[in-house]
Design a protein around this ligand. Structure first.
Ligand code: NAP
Ligand code: G4F
Length: 333
């Protein structure tokens, strides 16, 4: 039986990856922070599973990481999905973001080396946010980002992710680790955190629906609606993480849909799903949700993943919106 460790198991991707690995017959150790409240909502149906063990640990604490790895030196695959993952929050808490999202990755990589765990494979959750303002032009004259596009990070979060990404490459080359990084574009779904823009929209629609579309329901407050994002479904993307660690050679891969839409277009689609075309009267633009610097345009090219991993996204924007709106409209009814 293969064994894996997931740092960040309570998050959106961690919970999907847990489902995937258990379905493939893995034994899984999930690492979660100790909090004053229960954070295991997304994995609650897995807590009693005999092949799943939840342990407490914090990736900012090198000794905590070291102890978890020492207790599991025979582990086949280690996935680092833990992060302070909110870009807007990273401007307000840059130090914490650095400690978790940047240094946390070093703590894991260094422990793997110090413990001599060269047989374990490592996955790092890198991000399209690292491209920031940078893009290339494809053969159709459109802006695009792939594995060769330079990084021009626009947030403390993106800077921390770049540092972790470069650390993966360094540890691969310096120590021969089987360490891969997935440069994942935005991916969403019914388990997405409620402060990311897609889920904020679909959750608001669900809550409004439950009031019987009350005219006095507080409006939806959003920031910049003009940014473009390449949105996919989280369930599709964790498959790509797993595939990367099944390759003989470690490498970095862009994972995306290749399609891009503005927040406005997401709003069109989400409100359209409940039969509303003119959503503007329900939305207030609030400067609170603008960022000091913005990433205006993300659209990926995942040709490498298609060819080498034989990976393709299965869900398009309409499917994604349907999953999310229907989930939020029907939640707790
Ligand atoms: P998420 O829902 O915010 O999950 C983050 C996870 O990290 C949570 O389980 C969180 O635990 C955990 N965590 C935070 N600080 C920690 C610490 N100090 N020690 C241990 N665990 C800690 O994020 P996600 O959407 O699943 O994303 C997974 C990873 O992919 C993240 O690294 C993110 O930056 C990256 N990424 C995400 C996307 C995307 O569009 N979703 C795209 C590219 C890259 P709590 O439950 O206790 O908060
Ligand atoms: O949903 P978002 O917060 O996602 P963002 O900033 O693109 O980051 C996500 O994707 C990254 C991959 O590229 C991940 F690495 C990262 O961990 C995270 O998962 O914001 C998307 C866009 C931004 O342009 C933002 O300015 O939506 C805009 N936006 C407009 N109003 C808003 C809001 N974002 C949030 N969170 N809340 C708003 O009210």
């Amino acid at each position: 039986m293969k064994k894996a460790i997931i740092f960040g198991v309570t998050g959106q991707d961690g919970s999907h990856l847990l489902d995937l690995l258990l379905s493939k017959g893995y034994e899984v150790i999930g690492v979660a922070r100790r909090c004053s409240v229960d954070t295991s909502e997304r994995i609650k149906n897995r807590l009693e599973c005999p092949h799943f063990n939840l342990v407490h640990g914090d990736i900012t604490d090198a000794s905590s990481v070291m102890n978890i790895l020492r207790n599991n030196e025979d582990v086949d695959e280690i996935y680092n999905l833990a992060a302070q993952s909110h870009v807007g929050v990273s401007f307000k808490q840059p130090g914490l973001t650095w400690d978790i999202t940047g240094k946390g990755c070093f703590n894991i990589l260094q422990s793997i080396v110090d413990l001599g765990m060269f047989g374990s494979r490592f996955y790092q959750a890198s991000s399209s946010e690292m491209f920031g303002d940078s893009y290339d032009i494809d053969k159709d004259g459109e802006k695009v980002q792939n594995e060769n596009t330079k990084f021009l990070p626009q947030s403390p979060y993106a800077i921390a992710k770049c540092a972790a990404h470069y650390a993966v490459r360094l540890f691969r080359e310096a120590y021969g680790l089987h360490a891969s990084a997935g440069i994942l574009f935005n991916h969403e779904g019914e388990r997405r955190g409620e402060t990311f823009v897609t889920r904020k929209i679909t959750k608001w629609i669900g809550d409004w629906h439950k009031t019987g579309y009350d005219k006095n329901f507080p409006k939806l407050r959003l920031g910049n609606l003009e940014a473009f994002r390449d949105w996919g479904y989280a369930g599709d993307y964790v498959r790509a993480m797993w595939l990367m660690l099944q390759q003989e050679q470690p490498d970095d891969y862009v994972i995306c849909t290749g399609k891009t839409h503005t927040i406005r277009e997401f709003l069109d689609c989400a409100f359209g799903h409940i039969g509303i075309e003119d959503w503007e009267e329900h939305v207030v633009i609030d400067p609170e949700f603008y960022r000091p610097a913005e990433v205006d345009y993300l659209r990926g090219d995942c040709s490498k993943a298609k060819e080498k991993l034989e990976w393709e996204p299965e869900c398009n924007l309409e499917d994604l919106v349907k999953i999310m709106v229907e989930h939020d409209v029907n939640a707790n009814i």
